[in-house]
Design a binder for this molecule. Structure first.
Ligand code: UDP
Length: 324
């Protein structure tokens, strides 16, 4: 297919672009490089530096491009930042995304795949989380993603545009070429690997008094190449839908650090600090639906393999991409 990927210079976007290209799709990337990296753009793809706020340019571009599908990653994604600056999240993730939705309608796009999140569930009332679990976000980031899911529902009702909302749990790991490089870095796995590499003194564990087996938060870590596979399958999904993407297994912060010690052979010091606001104790996905309806078949569900892939990338790119 001829696919437009927004945010293709970002963490999950770059791995998905690579995956699509390896599977004979044609890819054009639109990215503002606000948080993405020029070096994370696969050289085989067309690249256009554009912000989604550029409404007329975007609509013109999509109308001219003969695209069959759009995969929409471009968004801000830091929970903590969204609690400080909600406007940034609602403007970019929602208002600017409306420009893309209108461009998709104008360009007669057949399939729209949206990067949603487990953060739309807030503090879930059941575990593992199903797609039918009530979505009650507890931060503007999750709210901004839920709002776009709702807009997609109406664009589908009114314009007939098929969409797939993919709700990721904790994206982790790396492909051979592309990995995780945020500034500032806030995610657990890259922070743990920075400590392993001696780039930070220790890992602060955000709370060890949760109601979990070892007191630390439990998350469902999913390899970015498995997320990439789900996006490709979603392109040709027969109907609109919402899907959780996770392994169904949860690992505590302490367990992740222990696995990282084994994988890297490094000591990795820790300190216990206070809870981070907005952190649910446990987030584990029930991904039965994606496996059944999308034929999703994740291949890297082992936490050791996930962390090992991130470590291999880290050793190759110790300071991440060189465009900072
Ligand atoms: N975490 C931590 N120390 C850190 C970063 C993260 O203890 O330096 C914890 C965080 O509180 C959460 C888990 O690790 O329970 C995963 O956090 P991350 O930011 O990677 O992903 P999130 O679950 O927020 O999407």
């Amino acid at each position: 297919m001829n696919v437009l990927v927004t945010g293709g210079a970002g963490y999950i976007g770059s791995a998905t672009v690579e995956y699509l290209l390896n599977h004979e799709h044609k890819v054009s990337i639109v990215d503002s490089l606000a948080t993405g990296h020029r070096e994370a753009v696969d050289r085989r793809a067309d690249f256009i530096e554009m912000d989604l706020s550029e409404r007329d340019r975007l609509i013109h571009f999509v109308m001219k491009g003969s695209f069959e599908a759009i995969i929409h990653f471009a968004a801000y994604s830091l929970v903590g930042e969204s609690m400080q600056n909600p406007s940034k999240y609602f403007i970019n993730n929602d208002a600017c995304s409306i420009n893309l939705l209108d461009a998709a309608v104008a360009g007669k796009i057949k399939s729209f795949v949206f990067s949603s999140t487990a953060a739309t569930y807030g503090l879930p009332e059941e575990s593992p989380i199903k797609e039918t679990t009530p979505q009650l976000p507890i931060n503007p980031y999750g709210e901004s993603k839920l709002f776009l899911e709702k807009m997609l529902y109406w664009y589908n009702q009114i314009h007939g545009m098929k969409y797939t909302a993919l709700r990721y749990f904790n994206a982790a790991g790396a492909s051979t070429n592309f990995g995780e490089d945020h500034s500032p870095e806030t995610h657990l796995v890259p922070i743990v690997l920075q400590a392993a590499m001696g780039q930070r003194k220790n890992v602060a564990i955000f709370g060890d008094d949760y109601n979990t087996k070892d007191g630390t938060c439990i998350r469902d870590y999913i390899h970015i190449e498995d997320l990439a596979q789900a996006h490709m399958l979603a392109l040709t999904a027969p109907r609109s839908g919402h899907y959780n993407l996770g392994t169904g297994s949860g690992f505590s912060v302490k367990e992740v650090i222990e696995v990282a010690r084994e994988v890297t052979g490094k000591k990795i010091e820790v300190s216990v600090s206070t809870r981070r606001s907005g952190d649910p104790a446990i987030l584990i996905a029930d991904s039965t639906l994606a496996r059944k309806e999308l034929n999703w078949n994740p291949l890297h569900e082992n936490i050791r393999e996930i962390i090992n892939s991130a470590w291999e990338w880290k050793k190759k790119f110790p300071t991440g991409y060189n465009d900072k």
